[in-house]
Design a protein around this ligand. Structure first.
Ligand code: FES
Ligand SMILES: [Fe+2]
Length: 371
């Protein structure tokens, strides 16, 4: 996996110790985040400019682009972007706008060998080159090479496609484990818009203090409440949520203990992507900020057992289970958003169980403080 994260036997050991002692990982201190940071349109613009556009951000899993011409188009940091796999196998990203009069070329996801603008029919290759102009004699002297789609920096790494809009940095080598190997295939992709600030939505993924209270009939019967491991690496975190059946590993020699099927890892990839592991699938959720009080959730379900019917049935079951819990999280996010209007709180207080949220806000503050 990775040198930066604990190995499986030590993860299991730490969890079994917490079960015995009725403890959980604790952070170094309480964190107080000004509520204004969730409501201020000015703060929102700064987050888009200084954080989202300058950070290598996971855009979609590689598995969403399986073939030559596979594309995914959506807004990232309020900018329409399309990523597309070229005939050389390389994924490229472009600003999603025709070079004639700016019409968006594609929407959603699909597969096209040629991108044709609906307005006047200019065509582009998956490498972004302008290929054809209908009745080209109307544009005398136009240099086609200068009218290719405008490229955005991109990199395919760790089983994901990263987009970097304005930032000077490229993804730090080795800052992440390879989350999806080549066997992981895309099962479904779902988009939802939710009436909440993106940080409120993110925070819901980053602690297990709400398992019993929020997920009474979904996750709580199979998972522990408020029993988590929190590992921070770079600006990212990994939070482990153990299942009750992890107890079975007490009978397994420590070096042979494996975590698969015994817990969920949630990887928070700074700033806005969550990758969660489940027994039959993995879920990658992109929290795309649309406005200070609106977020689009793009949820990709991947699996490596969808090649046969039995596997697919198991994946559907696993996904539906997670979907029920995720709906409860969205409910809480919307309720927290509505609570903002009460002006009851000047700060939100994150306790010692909410250390991954503290890490998130510390890094957000640091990114915003840079010139
Ligand atoms: S705007 Fe695309 S061809 Fe005219
Ligand atoms: Fe939750």
């Amino acid at each position: 996996m990775s040198e930066i994260l604990a190995d499986e036997p030590s993860i299991v050991e730490r969890i079994l110790n917490h079960i015995d002692r009725k403890t959980t990982d604790l952070s170094e201190g309480i964190w107080r985040e000004p509520v204004e940071h969730y409501t201020s349109p000015q703060r929102f613009s700064i987050e888009i400019e200084k954080v989202f556009r300058r950070t290598p951000t996971p855009f979609c899993p590689s598995a969403a682009l399986p073939e030559v011409g596979s594309y995914v188009a959506r807004d990232a940091a309020l900018t329409p972007i399309v990523v597309i796999r070229g005939s050389d196998g390389i994924v490229r990203a472009f600003r999603n706008a025709c070079r004639h009069r700016g019409v968006q070329l594609v929407q959603g996801a699909g597969c096209k060998k040629v991108l044709t603008c609906r307005y006047h029919g200019w065509t582009y290759g998956p490498d972004g080159a302008l290929r054809g102009i209908p009745d080209e004699y109307g544009f005398p002297g136009i240099e086609k090479a200068a009218y290719g789609l405008v490229a955005v920096r991109t990199e395919e790494k760790h089983g994901m496609v990263f987009v970097i809009q304005d930032g000077p940095e490229i993804p730090e080598a080795g800052y992440l484990p390879d989350l999806f190997g080549p066997d992981w295939k895309l099962f479904t992709a779902v988009e939802q818009e939710i009436a909440a600030n993106w940080k409120i939505v993110a925070e819901g993924f980053l602690e297990g203090y709400h398992i019993r209270s929020t997920h009474q009939d979904t996750f709580y019967p199979v998972q522990y409440d408020n029993l988590n491991l929190v590992e921070n690496f770079g600006r990212n975190s990994r939070i482990s949520f153990p299942y009750r059946r992890i107890e079975k590993l007490r009978n397994v020699p420590p070096v042979e203990r494996r975590t698969a099927g015994m817990l969920t890892h949630v990887y928070h990839l700074f700033p806005n992507v969550m990758v969660a592991t489940f027994p039959t699938n993995m879920i990658m959720t992109v929290l795309e900020p649309l406005a200070v009080d609106r977020t689009r959730l793009v949820t990709y379900t991947l699996s490596c057992i969808i090649g046969h019917e039995e596997g697919r049935a198991a994946v559907v079951q696993g996904r539906d289970f997670v979907t029920a819990g995720a709906a409860e999280d969205r409910e809480m996010a919307c309720a927290a958003q509505r609570g903002l209007a009460s002006k009851a709180n000047e700060v939100f207080t994150f306790g010692l169980f909410e250390g991954a949220i503290r890490h998130f806000h510390q890094n957000l503050a640091a990114a915003i403080a840079t010139i």
